[in-house]
Design a protein around this ligand. Structure first.
Ligand code: FES
Length: 232
């Protein structure tokens, strides 16, 4: 998986369809299969939209909000990884407003490096308001949220070091699970983050871990994950 992370990443998986749509991205005409995300359409046309939580080996889940774009005639700033390209759409990936919004997003991604140790803050690494592990939400959804947190940690590492190959060892993962007092499956939820680390780094991804259930998390996130890494 580490090799895959270093290859060109189109942000979202390829879509296969007999139908095609043509849209305009930054003034350039791009034709893609129906169902393709704006992010992927842009990447196929040679335009890279900034991203943290999206990768073409996973379905997008729109966590980080770094990939916002402007679409002519639409209000707001949709995430390009979760918005499908449509016929005749006109998309802008760069503007002063988008730049300001992205700067705000990046300020939420924090890390500290001291010598060979990199600590990534869990903070607002992921926001899944629909995944509060109170009644009606499954362990599987929490597990997916934790996996999303781990992907965000990889993005933070890449932002800090420029290259995931500089990770010598994943030392420790700490996880907070937004859950009711009688919820006892926190470790199963955090497995989503741990499994992702092992998938990304192999044996170097095996780590010590703490899981704590909490009454609430910022922005009603389901899971918050922080990490401690030995780096070169
Ligand atoms: S890259 Fe689209 S929301 Fe994170």
């Amino acid at each position: 998986m580490l090799e895959q992370l270093n290859e060109k990443d189109f942000g979202t998986p390829r879509r296969i369809s007999e139908q095609e749509v043509t849209l305009e991205i930054d003034g350039m005409q791009v034709t893609v299969a129906a169902g393709t995300s704006i992010m992927r359409a842009a990447a196929e046309g040679g335009v890279n939209v900034p991203k943290l939580c999206a990768t073409d080996s996973l379905e997008p889940f729109g966590s980080c909000r770094l990939c916002l774009v402007e679409i002519e005639g639409r209000k707001g700033y949709p995430a390009s990884c979760t918005t499908p390209a449509e016929q005749g759409m006109k998309v802008r990936t760069q503007s002063p407003k988008l730049q300001a919004l992205r700067k705000g997003v990046m300020e939420l991604y924090k890390f500290v490096q001291q010598g060979g140790v990199l600590i990534t803050e869990g903070g607002t690494a992921t926001i899944f308001p629909e995944y509060n592990l109170t009644p009606g939400v499954t362990v599987e959804q929490g597990n997916a949220a934790a996996r999303g947190c781990a992907i965000n940690l990889l993005a933070q590492i890449k932002a800090a070091l420029g290259d995931l190959d500089k990770v010598v060892r994943v030392v420790r993962i700490g996880g907070f699970v937004n859950s009711a007092p009688d919820f006892l499956d926190g470790p199963k939820v955090l497995n989503g983050a741990s499994d992702l680390m092992v998938a990304a780094f192999g044996d170097k991804g095996r780590h010590a871990r703490t899981t704590v259930g909490v009454a609430s998390l910022p922005a009603d996130a389901a899971v918050e994950v922080e990490g401690l890494f030995e780096v070169s």
